[in-house]
Write a protein that binds this ligand. Sequence first.
Ligand code: ADP
Length: 191
Amino acid sequence: MLNIVLFGPPGAGKGTQSDKIIKKYNLTHIATGDLFRKHLSEGSSLGKLAQKYMNEGMLVPDKVVIDMVDDKIREDKDAKGFIFDGFPRTVPQAEALDKLLTEKNAPISRMIALEVPEEELKKRIKERGKTSGRADDQDEEKIRTRIKVYLDETLPVARHYEKQGKLAMIDGVGAIDDIFQKICVKIEEAR
Ligand code: ADP
């Protein structure tokens, strides 16, 4: 099994690159932000709970996220591998994911971390906000909060996988296809 964590701050291009990775390697996409937005549009109780946090740019509580991912992994018994996008976002989430995958005897193969400077992130998120309809993309203060939460709570997750020798850093500024090529090299190394 090829299990990839696609990592990076909000606006780093995870969604764009994961679309391409999924097609090439035939992986199942687990994007926690997308899953929450789907629940929200369906009006489920999970969606309503998540909305409070998402709208403020805060993280949804670990237990809620982990249970949702656990369900998704169990749902897809025939998956050739998973790409985790926007997850894990805290060290406890990473520990929980490692445990779930150990049960399947299919640990994370590699973490691909996209690096993008903060000014560029803010620019991209605001640009996306014009069309995404996402409340959290349209407000300067919420964007700032999301970047701060990333630095405080999410960045330590890179260290978690670095300790396991799985971290691959990629420059996330440049042409989409060039970045994708660099990602592919790192994925091939891990297969
Ligand atoms: P972005 O990468 O642009 O911040 P996402 O779509 O990945 O956007 O996530 C949007 C929001 O959903 C986050 O700001 C957070 O509130 C919530 N969320 C998504 N994934 C997680 C997670 N793994 N843990 C906690 N909250 C999450």
